[in-house]
Each structure stands twice: as structure tokens, then as C-alpha cells.
Design a protein around this ligand. Structure first.
Ligand SMILES: Cc1cc2nc3c(=O)[nH]c(=O)nc-3n(C[C@H](O)[C@H](O)[C@H](O)COP(=O)(O)OP(=O)(O)OC[C@H]3O[C@@H](n4cnc5c(N)ncnc54)[C@H](O)[C@@H]3O)c2cc1C
Length: 417
């Protein structure tokens, strides 16, 4: 391997993970983030065992453990609180690593601190919005602007360029200029966080409802649990036709209680006070559920796509970030093994493009959440406390098939060294 140096456009979760993965393999990289200051934004995300196994390899497990919640189970409920399907998660399910629920901002700061410490702060640049590139047989030159003024700031030369610049990726737009905005699913998400009494065992994630009206919630902060509380990340989801929904995917748009709260007025889960959950929210954001079509190609010469820029997917199955972590580790492995950049980028794409396309398409069919809609469609509604009309074996098959597809069934994970 020649001594390569890479350019990473985007200092989000995946761009920074890639920087750390490359550093671990002795490959130089510099991150160029568009915003002037990287802040701990967003709400909850899940880190599934396959990504945790890889983040542990990067020496990040102890830091994650300090701030996150070790998820013990995932359960699906009807809107009147009947259990449809419940399964243990992480170590409780026999994995050799935990599953974590974490504040996106907390995770982002862990990655940022580690990247600054390991690569040096001079290699994590902010205020550099990637605008364009050109490449030749030797390498690639990337150009950066100020994202507000549009004024040119600098150019950088490297052996390879990775676009980890998110769902509205500029690099993807250069490759696919006719693609247009992300695709709207028909569902609007109101995402909030509320600190209140823990529900269930204080470490559980649940989803309730069906395709037209759904609630997802899970606690995300260890510090709150240590005080006997739960810092609960929640997502209220309801169907809104495209012409009424704001189509732009802006993570920072504020949401209003009156847009969704009344739709849940008849819901009684029994162990979580929804009125309190919604009314006491520290923040509410609104975000249309959007994704992008799988692409026929990610890598062009010395340039490739990664994370949401390559495969933005619906959040069903909680896989977006975890798949980006797998991308980053795969590319670092390929670059460490191959003697040509082009071969490494193609090897990375071969390992990851189809695999993530299958998950994106499965998520369009609601992924593992299919069990909730099956009950909605097939159950006459006269079960007792526990839902019984669909055989457990059928529900289990849905859950297992998705884990296999997303690469976090126990069998697949055993092969990850
Ligand atoms: C502000 C924000 C809040 C989010 N909140 C949540 C959340 O609450 N829950 C959840 O599940 N997911 C959230 N996400 C999405 C989630 O983080 C991503 O799905 C996942 O992390 C994939 O990571 P990524 O690095 O590929 O993309 P992102 O996390 O979107 O990161 C992309 C990065 O690239 C930067 N960027 C964009 N364009 C350019 C450019 N041209 N040049 C240089 N840099 C550029 C962006 O500023 C960003 O830092 C959020 C994303 C963002 C940006």
C-alpha cells in the first residue's frame, strides 16, 4: 500500500467514523465539514450490535457506555397496549456486545473528540462546504466554499474523495444531477425528547400502532437513568399527503403539539402517560420520512459515496447509522488491503451497495415493523392482554428475516472478528 491520503466531505457520524477507521489502518485523511461549528444536534438513534462490534474495534465502546442506554428489549404493541411481539436485545439476546440507544449529539461529540485527538484538530476542518471536484489518473482535487456566501475558500488534493455529506449530498448530486429531492414516504415524524419517570424496565424500546399512526419511544441517556429518570426519545408518526407535507428534509424544523397530539388521545398503553410525554417535551422537531432510491453505482475512479449520501433509508429497523459504520469499516479495510485506489473503492462498493439497497427496499415495506400492520389488517380485535391471532412463528419469521438482511442476526455476527 502506498502512503495514501484521503479527503472526506462531511463531518457527520459517518464521515468522522471513516476518519477514525482510516486512522486505525494508518491511512491519512482530512475531514471537511460544511457547518462552521459541529454541535450536538438531533435526538435519539440506535446503535445495533453489528455497528457496536466495529465501534469497539475503534476503541469507542467505553465512551459510548458512559453516556448511552444499553437497550434490553424491543417490543411492538397495539394502540391499546397489547403486546404483539417482544424480543430481547443486545447482551440480553445473547450477543457478545450490547445494543445502545443514544442521543445523536452525544455520539457525534464522542466521534468528534476522538477524531480531533487521533488525527489532530488540523485535520478536522469546519466551515468547508464541498462544492465540486476534478480527478485524473493520480488523484482528485476537491473544492470548498463558504455555504452561506458561496465564496470559494480552498481546494485540496488527495488520493481519494469520499462524499459522507448526508441525505442532501452535493457529491451525489454531481454524479446524479437529475435525481431531485429525497422521496417522501407519506409519513410525517414529530421527534421529541422528554425527561420523566422510566417506563417498563427503563431500558426498553417500543413501537405501537400501525402504518397510519405510530409511536416509537426509547430512553437514551445514562446520566438521567442514574438520577432515577428517563430521558425519553420519542417519535410520533402520522400519514400526511405529500401536498400537505413540507417536502424538504430539514433536521432542525420545529414541530407543534397541535399537529399530532390529538390523534393519540384514545391511546392507552397502561405503562406510559402519553399526555405527559408530549406536554413536557424539551424539544419537538418535525421531519418528513424520506429516503432515496438505491443507486446503480457509488464509485467513480478515485471518488465514492458513503452513509446517507449513498443510501439514505427510512428509519424503520433503526439501521441508518449502523449501516454507515459498516461502510466506513469496509472502505478502510479495502484501502488497507488493495494496492490501487480504484480497486479498493470498487471492492468497498461490491461489499456494501447491494447489501444496503436491500435494506432500503425492505424498509419501504416497513421493515420489521410489518408485524404491527399485520395485526391491524388481520386481527379481529378480540384478543386478551396479549395479542394472539397471528401465530408467534409468523411474527418471529418477520423479525429474524430482517435481522439477517441487515446483518445483525447472531449467526452473521459470530463471523465478524
Ligand atoms: C443535524 C442533524 C440531525 C439529525 N438528527 C437525527 C436524529 O435525531 N435521529 C436520527 O435517527 N437521525 C438523525 N440524523 C441523521 C443521522 O444522523 C444520519 O442518518 C446518519 O448519521 C448518517 O450519517 P451521515 O454521516 O451519512 O449523514 P449526516 O449525519 O447527515 O452527516 C452529514 C454531514 O455532512 C455535512 N455536509 C452536508 N453537505 C456538505 C457539504 N457539501 N460539504 C461538507 N459537509 C457537508 C453535514 O453538515 C453533516 O454534518 C440527523 C442528521 C443531521 C445532519
Amino acid at each position: 500500500m502506498r502512503e495514501w491520503s484521503g479527503i472526506i466531505a462531511g463531518g457527520g457520524l459517518v464521515g468522522l467514523t471513516l476518519a477514525l477507521a482510516l486512522h486505525a489502518k494508518g491511512i491519512k485523511a482530512r475531514v471537511y465539514e460544511g457547518v462552521k461549528e459541529i454541535k450536538p444536534l438531533g435526538v435519539g438513534i440506535n446503535l445495533l450490535p453489528h455497528s457496536i462490534k466495529n465501534l469497539a474495534k475503534l476503541g469507542l465502546l467505553a465512551e459510548i457506555e458512559k453516556v448511552a442506554i444499553k437497550t434490553s428489549s424491543l417490543a411492538y404493541y397495539t394502540e391499546d397496549g397489547k403486546v404483539i411481539w417482544r424480543e430481547p436485545r443486545g447482551r440480553e439476546a445473547g450477543y457478545d456486545v450490547p445494543q445502545f440507544s443514544i442521543h445523536r449529539g452525544d455520539f457525534h461529540m464522542i466521534l468528534l473528540d476522538a477524531a480531533r485527538a487521533r488525527l489532530g484538530p488540523e485535520n478536522i476542518l469546519t466551515g468547508h462546504h464541498f462544492s465540486n471536484f476534478e480527478q485524473d489518473a493520480e488523484g482528485v482535487t476537491a473544492h470548498f466554499i463558504d455555504r452561506h456566501s458561496g465564496k470559494s475558500i480552498s481546494s485540496a488534493r488527495g488520493d481519494f474523495l469520499v462524499g459522507a455529506d448526508g441525505i442532501n449530498s452535493r457529491l451525489r448530486e454531481i454524479f446524479y444531477p437529475d435525481e431531485g429531492p429525497p422521496k417522501y414516504s407519506g409519513q410525517m415524524l414529530w421527534r421529541g425528547v422528554t425527561e420523566m419517570e422510566p417506563f417498563l424496565d427503563g431500558r426498553s424500546m417500543f413501537m405501537a400502532g400501525h402504518n397510519d399512526l405510530k409511536l416509537v419511544a426509547y430512553p437514551i441517556r445514562a446520566e438521567s437513568a442514574e438520577r432515577g429518570k428517563s430521558y425519553i426519545n420519542w417519535i410520533a408518526e402520522r400519514r400526511i399527503p405529500a401536498d400537505l407535507a413540507a417536502r424538504a428534509a430539514d433536521w432542525n424544523e420545529r414541530g407543534q403539539l397541535e399537529d399530532f397530539k390529538s390523534y393519540f388521545a384514545d391511546w392507552h398503553l397502561g405503562w406510559l402517560d402519553l399526555e405527559k410525554l408530549f406536554d413536557n417535551a424539551i424539544s419537538i422537531h418535525k421531519f418528513p420520512m424520506v429516503d432515496r432510491d438505491p443507486l446503480p453505482r457509488w464509485s467513480f475512479g478515485h471518488v465514492t459515496l458513503m452513509g446517507d449520501a449513498a443510501h439514505a433509508m427510512y428509519p424503520n429497523g433503526s439501521n441508518g447509522v449502523s449501516q454507515g459504520v459498516l461502510d466506513a469499516m469496509t472502505l478502510a479495510d479495502q484501502l488497507a488491503e488493495e494496492s490501487e485506489i480504484n480497486a479498493a473503492l470498487i471492492g468497498y462498493e461490491d461489499a456494501r451497495r447491494e447489501a444496503t439497497a436491500k435494506i432500503s427496499l425492505a424498509n419501504r415495506q416497513t421493515g420489521p415493523e410489518l408485524v404491527m400492520q399485520m395485526v391491524r389488517d388481520q386481527c379481529p380485535g378480540n384478543c386478551g392482554d396479549i395479542h394472539t391471532c397471528i401465530p408467534q412463528a409468523t411474527l418471529e419469521e418477520v423479525a429474524t428475516a430482517y435481522k439477517r438482511l441487515a446483518g445483525f442476526d447472531k449467526q452473521t455476527l459470530k463471523s465478524v472478528k
